[in-house]
Write a protein that binds this ligand. Sequence first.
Ligand code: NAD
Length: 257
Amino acid sequence: MNQEPVLRLEPALLEQLLRARCVLVLTGSGMSAESGIPTFREAQTGLWSRYRPEELATPEAFRKNPSRVWQWYEERRRTVNAAEPHAGHHALVQIAKWLDSLHIVTQNVDGLHQAAGSPGVIELHGNINRSKCSVTHRPISREWLVDQEGTPPPSPYVRHGLARPDVVWFGEVLPQEAIDRATAIAGRSDFCFSIGTTSLVHPAAGLPVLAQQNGARLVEINPVETPLSAQADQCLRGTAAATLMAIRDQLRAALGD
Ligand code: NAD
């Protein structure tokens, strides 16, 4: 017999969440799955099924075949721009209003937390709707791109530069300011949610661990087990949307709102 997963925070954890002064929410691509944006593991369909994302989302892939990588990102951009935040993104906005201070740190490049209305989102891996120069890494505006020919269009800054997505590729370092801010939040948080991430890609995967080392309670939201599961205080084995709605309802009931 199939049993429904339990999506309620344990009473002691609910208490601690309500008392928390700083809550860290780390999200990965599973957070966006119910908005119709595939996780990397599910992403490769149709024309692109013969490539693994690890073979497209790298500086080497771009050097070897910039046109292929740009086209792949154009398709992903179309998917992202057709997507809308789901009920879980909206539940998180409501949850944040009830708590002292909640910070979203995301590995997603799709801007869906911001579209739902979450303020101050820290983007660890950039944003798919921004472009930058492949040589200088200076930002390139959309106004410049629309007037250019080429797949990818040229950079406005240097002769041999090209436009590339302003995202962090495998093997690249994260934007220093984003990781510094996220690390500072992890260091002072007393509650942490890790949502929809395999917890394999560092340094993001280290943030919940750091929070826990500093005394935070740790709750994982993911339908399947991850390397983080064993050390979480509770694992909620539901999807991001169902689980965040359930937590919102639990908080609402506890607060009598
Ligand atoms: P991943 O694809 O390796 O893993 C996704 C995780 O989400 C898995 O653990 C899976 O079990 C879980 N998941 C799937 N559906 C879920 C749901 N409905 N609710 C909750 N969890 C669910 O992704 P990753 O660990 O985030 O790492 C890959 C990197 O690829 C990301 O850091 C990101 O930069 C990039 N990426 C971004 C997007 C996006 O912006 N939406 C999409 C794909 C990949």
